[in-house]
Ligand binder design. Structure first.
Ligand SMILES: Nc1ncnc2c1ncn2[C@@H]1O[C@H](COP(=O)(O)OP(=O)(O)OP(=O)(O)O)[C@@H](O)[C@H]1O
Ligand SMILES: [Mg+2]
Length: 307
């Protein structure tokens, strides 16, 4: 299937000489939720800014829904909705007027029923006559989402959508994002919340220091890297792993008090029963055991740390 967004060889060097993006290649699939994870300053907002036409790339190309974002800027831009990271809603306008105006900017004819629906979906309908300055931060962020959706875009960028939004509203927002995806909108979000990427995304990209270091289906990623560990607290410390168990994925802690066995959480046979039997045969006794699963968080921290 044709990707809905195709980014090739994208680089950005800012005026001061700082290289924020280094040859990024990325295809976004139609109808997916793609989460872009990365630490502060990784280049997430820069990448989104280029795709949305707010930042000029130094080199490389972006095609959005068949339109080159530079040569065919207006056509590309109408397909895209952007919820920016920075809130710019310090105005005397009302919620309703702001969202209607946004739609008008894209040359779309008025559609009061549609505007009402998005305001209701975002729990903003009862605030429709409020001036933006009187809203809380979380409400302002939701107004930004309403504005971004006002012209019925096919692609929605959410740059840190959860920043400043409380837990309950975040849940509502996730539900809404899923409903949008189900209605055919492609969604690209950036987040610092691993939990959000893990829960929401179909695919995950990790960006670090301007380079895309990983792009993977979330499920594949979780399976590939979702290793489990069984830790046995030994009754008597061991000086070394018994020779009869050499070759097993075992590690002994520095003090010899814990034996750690790594296994694939997804496989049918973990080998644990066999391991325990063989340990028994070697006279290795343990007082307690626990299992741990490496999370996306660890995977992420390791990827970013490795650089
Ligand atoms: N207008 C600018 N001029 C110079 N440098 C910039 C400019 N905008 C961003 N940068 C730099 O480019 C790098 C990437 O910034 P960017 O905002 O894309 O990161 P980010 O991944 O969105 O970070 P965060 O998670 O903090 O939002 C940073 O080092 C930043 O200081
Ligand atoms: Mg950012």
């Amino acid at each position: 299937m044709q990707p809905i967004i195709s980014v090739s060889g994208l680089s950005k060097t800012y005026a001061g000489g700082f290289q924020a993006l280094k040859g990024v290649d990325l295809d976004i699939r139609k109808g997916e939720i793609f989460a872009l994870l990365g630490p502060n300053g990784a280049g997430k907002t820069t990448l989104i800014g280029i795709i949305c036409g707010l930042v000029n790339a130094t080199s490389g190309t972006v095609i959005a829904d068949g339109h080159d974002i530079v040569r065919d800027y207006r056509a590309a831009r109408t397909k895209i909705g952007l919820v920016p990271q920075e809130l710019t809603t310090d105005s005397f306008e009302t919620v309703l007027a702001t969202v209607k105006f946004s739609r008008g900017l894209f040359g779309k004819s008025p559609n009061p029923a549609y505007i009402e629906k998005i305001l209701r979906d975002l729990s903003l309908w009862d605030k429709k006559d409020n001036k933006l300055r009187t809203l809380s931060g979380g409400m302002k962020r939701r107004v930004m989402i309403a504005k971004a959706l006002s012209h019925e875009p096919r692609i929605l960028f959410l740059d840190e959508p959860s920043a400043g939004v409380d837990v309950e509203l975040r849940r509502d927002m996730w539900l809404m994002v899923r409903a949008l995806r189900d209605s055919g909108v492609t969604i690209i979000l950036t987040t610092h919340y691993i939990e959000e990427a893990e829960e929401m995304a179909d695919r995950i990209g990790v960006i670090n220091k301007g380079e895309l270091v990983l792009v993977e289906d979330k499920d594949v990623l979780m399976r590939k890297l979702g290793k489990k560990q069984l830790t046995l607290q030994l009754r008597e410390p061991l000086a070394a792993i018994p020779a009869a168990l050499a070759g097993e994925p075992l590690e002994l802690s520095a003090d010899g008090a814990e034996l750690v066995y790594s296994f694939d959480a997804q496989s049918e046979e973990t080998g644990i029963a066999d391991l325990l039997k063989r340990l028994g045969e070697q006279g290795v006794d343990f007082k307690d055991l626990r299992t741990e699963e490496s999370s996306l968080e660890e995977i992420f921290v390791n990827l970013v740390k490795a650089k």
